[in-house]
Design a protein around this ligand. Sequence first.
Ligand code: SAM
Length: 222
Amino acid sequence: NPQQRWTAVDDYTADRLIGEDAVLDAAVEAADRAGLPPIAVAPNQGKLLHLLARMQGARRILEIGTLAGYSAIWLARALPEGGALTTLEIDPAHAAVAAANLERAGLADRVEIRLGAARDTLRQLTEEGVEPYDLVFVDADKPNIPHYLEASLALTRPGSVIVIDNVVRGGRLADRQSTDEAVRGVQQLHELLAGDKRVDATTVQTVGAKGYDGFTLIRVEG
Ligand code: SAM
């Protein structure tokens, strides 16, 4: 069936292009042991984020939705000396597992986990007048995606990149009749992007070990 084929191809490419990674394996094991849901990005998506951050020369990265810190490890590893990742998480149990994983990965010095509802912690960051982020990865509750786009725009600069995950939702993105709040969130995202001169964007559908979904890639234009 298609899912088996997608997983086999993910395994084939990951074996060759990613390989063994004891730190990432330990992070996944710790998340499983703590009973966290297995909803981190796939290894090839983690590496995509890592490569985007390096191509972007990102010194400051913002993540919305930490879980166990799996994608945070990929992103933080892309930072140059003196770089910083801020990652936002609402669930204290998730944040605790992430903190231990980042510590084990030797990345705790460059990652700040901010606990709280992202709408609140994003407002805090804006009020603090933090330096603009070069890259934002949005991977939390989907109904709030339109809000996270607006908050991300307030916290970035022209040339910054915003990646929003899980926007295709098994194809329901194109279902205009949907009343699902997550689907409504990603549809609203596209309506906002369509009419907004401050951004340029594309959405890519994906298949793989995590099934059928997709992400939106946004460049902040100013
Ligand atoms: N980015 C992670 C990775 O790939 O390793 C996965 C993140 S998981 C898909 C989504 C996370 O967002 C969960 O840990 C959840 O607790 C968190 N979350 C959900 N709603 C949130 C909110 N309103 N504010 C902050 N975090 C939230």
